[in-house]
Design a protein around this ligand. Structure first.
Ligand code: B1M
Length: 213
């Protein structure tokens, strides 16, 4: 039975309060709460709400940063607990957020879930230019490239990356999957990606199907 007050976790992430957020997360975990449910039912809704307030003008960039810091602090605790028991690699994945875009919480969550489900993940960070994606693919010989974008102004850069991969001659060796809040299936298809998912669980399902795993 979970005694930790997970409403307080929602409030702490929303209010950008790192210490209380971490304290409730630790308490919930020690009582056996499921890490994925903590993230999906309490932390992501808090990030959605702070985003909504930002849009409405009642929250500002510092608020977004503080909420992000609180969420990251909790994810650092939860990530190791999401590691799966599978030992054989299901495939190698390069993941990054495209050039001009600094959002990395969702991308890191996708990376953690993929790792937890048996993929080897090379996380190349945020604000990644097309050349860096290509270099990472060459170096790692990855099976899949996973790109993230959270801004309507940066999602179009995904097409530049796909073009760079075609130009480098690697397109036939790598599957490309994309995701991030402003994207949709049609957009993914229009830029020549092999798949799109709306969330981290979906990314795992997609990666498995692209690998026939
Ligand atoms: Co930004 N921001 N932000 N921000 N920020 C958004 C995205 C925004 C929607 C807020 C809003 O107005 N409601 C808005 C974008 C509007 C638009 O383009 N349509 C916005 C804006 C405008 C901006 C700035 C321009 C603000 C400014 O400076 N004036 C600026 C841009 C900076 C830049 O990138 N160049 C900016 C800055 C920031 C911070 C740095 C302060 C901070 C990010 C900190 C960080 O990531 N380290 C931040 C934050 C925190 C947000 C919100 C509030 C939360 C994002 C988040 O972490 N969500 C966001 C509002 C919102 O999302 N509701 C917002 C939680 C996370 C778990 O979800 O990232 O969606 P998400 O990831 C999901 C799915 O999208 C999917 O799975 C994930 C897990 O389920 N997914 C994938 C993501 N990548 C995937 C890849 C895949 C598959 C699935 O591959 C297959």
């Amino acid at each position: 039975m979970i005694m930790a007050d997970l409403d307080k976790l929602y409030e702490a992430v929303l209010g950008g309060k790192l210490e209380p957020a971490v304290a409730v997360t630790n308490e919930a975990i020690s009582e056996g709460a499921d890490p994925q449910s903590i993230i999906n039912e309490h932390m992501i809704p808090a990030m959605e709400e702070i985003g909504k307030r930002f849009e409405q003008g009642s929250a500002f960039v510092p608020n977004l940063l503080m909420s992000a810091r609180a969420m990251k602090g909790c994810l650092d605790i939860l990530k190791p607990l999401m590691a799966g028991s599978e030992t054989a690699s299901k495939g190698k994945i390069v993941i990054g957020t495209v050039k001009g875009d600094l959002h990395d919480i969702g991308k890191n969550l996708v990376a953690a879930m993929l790792e937890g489900c048996g993929f080897e993940v090379v996380n190349i960070g945020v604000d990644v230019p097309r050349e860096k994606f290509v270099d990472a693919l060459k170096e790692s010989k990855a099976d899949i490239l996973c790109m993230s974008a959270l801004l309507t102004t940066t999602m179009s850069y995904m097409k530049d990356v796909v073009d760079a991969i075609v130009e480098s001659g690697l397109r036939d060796c790598v599957k490309i999957m994309v995701g991030g809040a402003p994207l949709n299936e049609n957009f993914a298809r229009s830029i020549g990606a092999d798949g799109y998912s709306t969330n981290a669980n979906g990314a795992v399902v997609l990666a498995k199907s692209l690998m026939n795993a």
